[in-house]
Design a protein around this ligand. Structure first.
Ligand code: ZN
Length: 593
């Protein structure tokens, strides 16, 4: 078989220096001067990261002769014009020491990389099929290393990779090549089937995980989501890449895999008993990324069709792609029988708390939050709580509101039905999902007029009418006094005995008193402050009382009077009413009706 038009060879060449060597060979480069570029961002994580900044060296040759590459901008290189028929080979060394799921990592223990960190895009040949040869680091120490990736082995090529092996893999185009992260190392691996589809887990960094339990629980989550969208699943095989570390939490979705990072203590162990909070949040994360295999990896907004990897790709729809996915991540745990309805309602009440505790919800709509994800949500600072709302948490609340609205209108209508209908319409990746299509589909299944409901929920900043929407389902939303710190209107960052202001909320008592984020509070009414002492002191006072605060801003000492506000009633509880409720049974499962 002739070599494909583009081949990549990736070698973790120097684990101690965290360097990959990546060779990109182009059989038919643009004779006028082939351009090659690295992505500025990785799909799924909406921040310009400029992966080219980790390129340590780059060189090129053709027919055994060195060529000089011209650098055109921060992430694009251009080869000189070549004679027709001449091939081009470019060799890079890339520094990789980013432990997150968005970049690349290499040391003596493991190698992980996203294609967007290491594979050059051959400009103009993005649709050309390519082959990837994966090689282990040199030396006996790496003899036991294996490979985990959802890339297809290049079966027809010499040196095709065996399952979990080094060797040749293939991709139909560049977008596919960079959508399959690769883990190399001595991970533990296990497999399970869900909905008749093979699934695999590659787990690094945790030796005492109860893998049988993890497999069984993931299988229930995967089966539940496959059932929601309907067969067939949009992949032939699915891979969970899990990196367990001392502390961490994050995931990134891909078309047939996900990369997850978590705390070791979040994974189940032999004899663990009931699901604990850490494991529940890990399963919620896995559930979230798996749901994305349908929602955002295949159903997409116009801005992602195709992705423009050179710049920000703005969409007003992340409330749908991330928010609705967030609604379903924990709901799937309930449906899969992993948590109870009470657990799920308490998670949901926590989401309501999170949205309601920030003044930013009054100034930014879900559509604006989505559009500005790049410059605001992903680049948060001390004022973010006052300026933005999370399209994840408020998006999930809007999904809840819409689910309730649909279910109340018609016994057969639900958000599930909406997701299925949208999947049937947009799952082929040919047409983009837009807001009008979502509204149309929701109206179609319910017979409701929903334009105003979406306008208020997606483009407005008023709180969603959740208490009213929950009522017909026999679920009561109760508001109760929240943290005593709401008398100041701040969030505290505690380090040892330090009381430092992390956020000062808009319009709060602290703001009126002249306090700012970063201030170190040292005394209240002349007495030294500790984090516990602050709460104790506030509990002994009432709204309207004026206290004196001593504080440092940078190295400058100052004092100010502060008149305390009422404790905010921003803590929420969702309670199931005792009487049976058919709607609730249809929504949360018959056990909770
Ligand atoms: Zn997500």
């Amino acid at each position: 078989m002739p070599d494909p038009a583009i081949t990549y060879r990736l070698t973790p060449v120097d684990p101690e220096a965290h360097l990959y060597e990546v060779v990109c060979a182009v059989a038919a480069p643009d004779p006028a001067g082939q351009r090659l570029a690295l992505p500025a961002w990785i799909p799924g994580s909406y921040l310009i990261r400029d992966f080219a900044r980790h390129v340590v060296s780059i060189s090129a040759q053709s027919g055994g002769k060195e060529l000089r590459l011209a650098k055109l901008d921060k992430h694009t290189w251009q080869a000189p014009p070549l004679a027709a028929g001449a091939a081009l080979s470019v060799c890079m060394r890339v520094y990789a020491f980013d432990l997150s799921v968005r970049g690349a990592y290499l040391d003596r223990q493991r190698a992980f990389c996203n294609g967007s960190s290491v594979f050059l895009r051959v400009v103009g040949q993005e649709e050309t099929p390519c082959r990837l040869d994966l090689a282990p680091p040199a030396g006996a120490a790496y003899a036991a290393w294996q490979v985990a990736t959802a890339l297809q082995p290049a079966h027809a090529a010499p040196g095709a990779a065996a399952p979990w092996g080094f060797g040749a893999y293939q991709a139909a185009n560049y977008a596919e090549l960079i959508d399959h992260p690769v883990e190399m190392g001595e991970f533990s691996r296990f497999e399970f089937s869900a909905g008749g589809v093979p699934h695999a887990v590659a787990l690094s960094g945790c030796r005492d995980c109860d893998t049988a339990r993890l497999s069984a629980d993931l299988a229930r989550i995967c089966a539940s989501q496959q059932q929601l969208f309907g067969a067939p699943a949009p992949f032939n095989r699915y891979l969970f890449l899990i990196n367990a570390v001392d502390g961490g939490y994050g995931g990134l979705e891909h078309r047939a895999s996900t990369a997850l990072i978590c705390a070791r203590s979040d994974l189940p162990y032999q004899g663990m008993g009931e699901i604990n909070a850490g494991y529940r949040s890990f399963l919620g994360l896995a559930s979230h990324e798996y749901f994305h295999a349908w929602n955002v990896k295949r159903m997409k907004p116009a801005a992602f069709m195709p992705y423009d990897l050179t710049r920000e790709n703005h969409t007003e729809l992340l409330w749908f792609f991330e928010g609705f996915t967030s609604y379903y991540d924990d709901l799937t745990l309930l449906r899969a029988g992993l948590i109870s309805a009470d657990d799920w309602l308490s998670i949901s009440a926590g989401n309501i708390d999170r949205v309601h505790s920030v003044p930013g919800r009054r100034v930014q709509s879900l559509a604006e939050a989505s559009f500005d994800a790049w410059s605001k949500f992903y680049r948060q600072d001390e004022n973010s709580a006052n300026a933005l709302v999370s399209y994840y948490t408020k998006g999930a609340l809007f999904a809840l509101a819409l689910d309730l609205r649909l279910r109340a209108a018609d016994a057969t209508a639900s958000l599930d039905q909406l997701m299925r209908l949208l999947w049937q319409r947009f799952g082929d990746e040919k047409t983009a999902v837009d807001e009008a299509a979502i509204i149309d589909a929701a109206e179609e299944i319910s017979g409701l007029r929903l334009a105003a409901f979406f306008r208020q929920g997606v483009h407005g900043t008023a709180d969603l009418p959740l208490a009213r929407l929950l009522k017909p389902f026999g679920v009561r939303l109760r508001q109760q006094p929240g943290s005593v710190l709401s008398m100041l209107g701040v969030r505290i960052e505690t380090k040892g005995d330090e009381v430092r202001l992390a956020n000062v909320y808009s319009g709060s008592a602290a703001e009126r008193a002249g306090l700012a984020a970063g201030d170190l509070l040292i005394a209240l009414d002349g007495l030294r402050l500790t984090p516990a002492g602050l709460e104790t002191a506030l509990r002994r006072r009432r709204a309207g009382d004026t206290i004196t605060i001593h504080a440092f801003r940078r190295d400058e000492l100052f004092s100010c009077p502060l008149t305390l506000a009422e404790i905010a009633h921003d803590s929420h509880r969702l309670e199931i009413e005792a009487s049976a409720n058919r709607r609730r049974a249809a929504w949360l499962g018959s056990a909770w009706g």
